[in-house]
Design a protein around this ligand. Structure first.
Ligand SMILES: Cc1cc2nc3c(=O)[nH]c(=O)nc-3n(C[C@H](O)[C@H](O)[C@H](O)COP(=O)(O)OP(=O)(O)OC[C@H]3O[C@@H](n4cnc5c(N)ncnc54)[C@H](O)[C@@H]3O)c2cc1C
Length: 383
């Protein structure tokens, strides 16, 4: 067993850390306030191919399709500074670009993947609806066959990148077999007639990341824009989320790491009772717990990524990583804010933003309750 990162992975961490500190950190607070991604950062990230991280170079990507650990490290380093950006690129890459690469036809890759991987078009994955959250089978958006086209009708909510996405993977109900719905995943571009952006959400955290409602009113999609098989959308959707969860785990890991560093910095600066508060055992225990949680999250996240790269099943490992890392991020944000005392509630300190941003990790791409269900179902299946 070798826990050492490769030289390439170390270099990727160094470069991404430098990039995030130089470009994202100075604008993170303002982006959070105005609920918009910074255009200069967006331009730079496209130039540096952060939107094509896990896609081969031949399709316009950065060539890390077989190095999910490196992809996790990139997301971790961005998430260490600003969860909103980690989500924006993480979702774009993991649940839009990567599925087209992994499950798409060559024609789909040429037409849809290349612009997405180059960052010319932002990607999104649309599963959630008003009545379909944890229960993915509750999807009500319909896809009706009409000649060699499908007509999509319905609305999606809470779509990450929704308002800025130009290429989307859309899960819709394409039929019924007995009492069971059949779902299909469609690739849809935003310039298709009948598509429109609805309400943009005003959120507690990850505010710079765009979260929007999307409306499909008689949107016509040709047969050749089906991803995978007709009726195979439920299984495919879950496979897409399995990969996505490794990336969410990495985002949460980065946030937890950021909280740990901010807490250590502050504890070594702030004096009370004539000494640095880092001298108090009560503070030291919090830091010890945070550091241990961060390291457990890192090990689980990298292991899930490693299993993926080995071609081994990684659904269980990804769920465990996402569960542990998202709860570690929430706990770390809580403790980091506590260590900052009253100053932790002030916008002058990043922990105020980290605290609000942390909560999302326990909710999206499957809540913590759903991760526990997934993990339990794997455990009980083995017996
Ligand atoms: C900011 C943000 C971004 C998002 N981005 C996307 C995106 O890009 N694409 C997308 O498709 N979706 C996205 N989502 C949706 C997200 O995945 C869902 O919010 C999430 O899956 C939970 O669904 P829900 O909100 O409907 O909660 P519900 O499913 O209604 O759950 C409510 C509560 O009940 C619990 N619960 C539900 N079922 C069970 C059960 N069987 N056992 C125990 N407890 C249960 C849940 O854990 C939760 O605590 C996003 C959400 C947010 C907030």
């Amino acid at each position: 067993m070798d826990f050492e990162l490769t030289e390439k992975q170390k270099m990727i961490r160094k470069l991404t850390r430098e990039f995030a500190e130089e470009y994202i950190a100075p604008v993170a607070e303002e982006s959070d306030r105005i609920q918009e991604l910074d255009p200069t950062v967006m331009k730079k990230m496209k130039e540096l191919n952060y939107f094509g991280t896990c896609i081969p170079e031949e399709y316009g990507g950065a060539g890390l399709h077989d190095d999910t650990i490196a992809f996790a490290i990139i997301t971790e380093e961005i998430g260490r500074i600003d969860a909103s950006w980690a989500i924006t690129t993480g979702v774009h890459c993991s649940v839009c670009a990567y599925p087209i690469y992994k499950y798409g036809t060559e024609e789909q890759k040429q037409k849809f993947l290349i612009p997405v991987a180059k960052g010319e078009k932002i990607g999104a994955f649309l599963l959630t609806e008003a009545n379909a959250g944890s229960d993915a089978g509750g999807v009500q958006m319909t896809a009706e066959k009409d000649g060699d086209e499908w007509i999509l009708n319905g609305s999606k909510i809470f779509a990450t990148n929704g308002g800025i996405a130009e290429t989307m993977l859309v899960v819709a109900k394409s039929g019924e077999k007995g009492s069971r719905k059949e779902l299909t995943v469609f690739i849809v571009n935003s310039d298709t007639p009948g598509y429109s952006v609805g309400v943009k959400e005003d959120k507690l955290g990850c505010r710079a990341s765009n979260t929007s409602e999307l409306v499909f009113d008689n949107v016509r999609v040709p047969d050749d824009q089906i991803l995978g098989n007709i009726g195979g959308g439920f299984k495919l959707g879950l496979q897409i989320l399995d990969y996505g969860r490794i990336v969410i785990a990495a985002q949460c890991l980065g946030l937890a790491q950021g909280c740990l560093e901010e807490a250590i910095k502050y504890a070594n600066e702030r004096e009370q009772f004539g000494v640095k508060i880092a001298k108090f055992q009560g503070i030291q225990w919090k830091i010890a717990d945070m550091a241990t949680d961060v390291e457990s999250s890192r090990l689980l996240t990298y292991r899930a990524a490693w299993l993926c790269d080995q071609g081994q099943p990684y659904g269980l490992a990804g769920s465990m990583a996402k569960l542990v890392a998202s709860e570690a991020a929430m706990n770390a944000a809580h403790q980091a804010l506590q260590i900052h005392g009253g100053y932790g509630l002030m916008k002058a300190y990043p922990v105020e933003r980290y605290f609000r941003d942390a909560k999302l990790g326990e909710i999206y791409e499957g809540t913590s309750e759903i991760q526990r269900l997934v993990i339990a179902s794997h455990m009980l299946r083995k017996r």
